[in-house]
Design a protein around this ligand. Sequence first.
Ligand code: DGL
Length: 266
Amino acid sequence: MNRKNILIFDSGVGGLSVFKEIVQRLPKENYIYLFDNEAYPYGELAPETLVNRTCTLIQQMMQRKVVDIVVIACNTASTIVLPHLRKRIDIPVVGVVPAIKPASLLSKTAVGLIATPATITRQYTHDLIRNFATDKEVKLIGDSRLVEMAEQKLRNERVDLQELELILSPIKGKIDVAVLGCTHFPLIREEIALVLGNCVELVDSGAAIARRVESLLEIEGASLGQGTMEVFSSAPPFEEEALNKTLRQLCFTPVQLLPIQGASDH
Ligand code: DGL
């Protein structure tokens, strides 16, 4: 069997939450994880810069490696980049957008959408709410500090629960379902659950994305052993040692550099 080459892209380590769901379903394929830490956090970027960087980096990666499918494992990018990227490349592109539809089906009272400052302002997000949460109120929180907390946790730093409680206070006690509308947030799921309480259900898009990737790839037969797992970043990572330790646990090789060419403005 020919292993498929799956490229997973995010601004930082958040996309690893999506990677975990995909690799659980498709453990034998080859994985490339690419993150744009030079321009992180994406939730603070101008839309044109975000489109430009995402498309440029992915096309650069595709010049270097064979890629069968691209997963934009970032809500902030997906809510704006997908049509642009699909015009530029001719392989399947799967995006991750906030799970508003399943959340509003589950909710009996109100839904909380926890995302980046950019995602909560996007037209795409407001269209999702208008189309799929017609009978539910959706309360929005957009905060880049939550993204940073997830990055810190992956570098083995402790999450400050008091700070988390303060950030989530506008929705605490007012919702019964919360959408983790940023791929970084499943990495701090336990902490968010602790703060919001066990009467709040947390919903993310990871498992649905993994199913979508599997259905698009049409994998035939099973092969022995594991595929390759490589990681690329657009700049030398902060706390590289700690990051590589986590990546080794996930079976990745240490981070390699893919400096961006032709779109370094941000
Ligand atoms: N992980 C990303 C998302 O799903 C973006 C986080 C950021 O860089 O602001 O939105």
